[in-house]
Design a protein around this ligand. Structure first.
Ligand code: BTX
Length: 327
């Protein structure tokens, strides 16, 4: 849905920062009565927003709940299409399932599904994805590029580049790296996973559902025991609280830019960006595919996003999809 009247009001307060806004100004700006404005402010207060009244000047927003709600994401967006239509939910089974339904019903390019928590978050190959309530970014973006199904896997790499650059622009105390094809690691621990699913006909993609899970504000003991030693969050590494709506919007800003560039110019510029942030290329790796286990040195990705591995005997093998272990 587009921004509701309540979200429009909230957005104005977010953009005004510490400056007061009068009820009359809002009423004129939005074309509704002052009573209606007052009612929306009441609802916002019930949701945890705190307003201070400044005599003769109006209201200032002085407290916000920590939520990834549409108004707050919107206040950081610079996109044309991505994130302009947001479905925000408190709890879902998986944002991928909701996105599937919306895509089938014709959701527009760039539609975002985002939730505070998932009860059945999905990784690849039916693995579970832990989605701690209110602490991470659990979202799916529906995009509708005019490409054949064979190009779909490249969008996972486009998304990885967008996420890694968004993280780099917000966090300054560490260097994230991409582990082919769909993880982002910090100091060897996973902070992000990407799951790309597709609705397609024989020769063209109908919709791609790019699912993104980012550990943002968990502390180490928020993770279940099996993830304690393999997962981390941006906040643990940055040693600061992460502004989740800003992170979401920054990813969408980069993602629209890179998807458009990919459509215009092909994979080459994305490949260069990907290699710049790769923690896989040049490393000795073990790749487990559905059919075999390949050990060798990761030497690059091809124009199609295929990972090339050089075996000990010099032979080069390309893998389309695999789990990678860096040796
Ligand atoms: P993956 O199969 O590469 O990774 C899944 C594996 O990662 C799990 O088996 C577990 O070992 C580990 N893991 C699970 N949860 C976490 C976590 N929070 N942090 C670090 N490691 C974890 C990666 O799959 C793709 C994940 C996509 C998740 C997004 S969230 C929004 C969207 N909706 C949804 O259901 N999935 C996607």
């Amino acid at each position: 849905m587009n921004l509701t009247m309540k979200d429009e009001i909230l957005k104005r307060f977010l953009l005004a920062k510490d400056n007061p806004i009068s009820g009359q100004f809002l009423a004129d700006d939005l074309g509704i009565s002052r009573t209606a404005i007052w009612k929306h402010l009441q609802t916002l207060q019930e949701e945890g927003y705190v307003f201070e009244t400044i005599k003769k000047k109006g209201y200032v927003l002085v407290g916000k709940p920590d939520k990834v709600d549409p108004a707050r994401i919107n206040s950081f967006l610079t996109t044309e299409r991505f994130g302009r239509n947001i479905h925000y939910l408190d709890e879902v089974t998986s944002t991928q399932s909701i996105a599937h339904e919306l895509a089938r019903e014709g959701a527009v390019d760039g539609t975002l599904v985002i939730a505070e928590t998932q009860t059945k978050g999905k990784g690849r190959m039916a693995r579970p994805w832990e989605s701690t309530k209110g602490k991470g970014v659990w979202m799916t973006i529906i995009i509708r590029p005019d490409v054949p199904p064979s190009q779909a896997p490249q969008f996972t790499l486009v998304a990885a580049v967008a996420i890694v650059n968004a993280i780099k622009s917000i966090c300054k105390n560490f260097m994230p790296s991409i582990k082919w094809p769909n993880d982002i690691l910090i100091n060897g621990r996973k902070c992000t996973g990407i799951l790309t699913e597709m609705l397609a006909e024989m020769d063209r993609v109908d919709a791609l559902l790019i699912g993104i899970g980012i550990n943002a504000n968990q502390q180490q003991d928020d993770f279940p025991p099996d993830l304690q030693t393999i997962a981390t969050s941006l906040s643990i590494e940055e040693k600061e609280e992460i502004n989740r709506p800003q992170l979401v919007a920054t990813i969408l800003n980069y993602l629209e830019l890179y998807c458009d560039q990919y459509i215009r110019e092909g994979f080459k510029p994305i490949k260069a960006l990907w290699e710049e942030s790769s923690g896989t290329i040049g490393k000795q790796i073990k790749a487990t595919t559905l059919r075999e286990v390949i050990e060798g040195k990761a030497i690059g990705i091809t124009e199609n996003g295929v990972l090339e591995i050089q075996l000990e005997n010099g032979e080069i093998k390309g893998v389309y999809s695999a789990d990678i272990e860096i040796m």
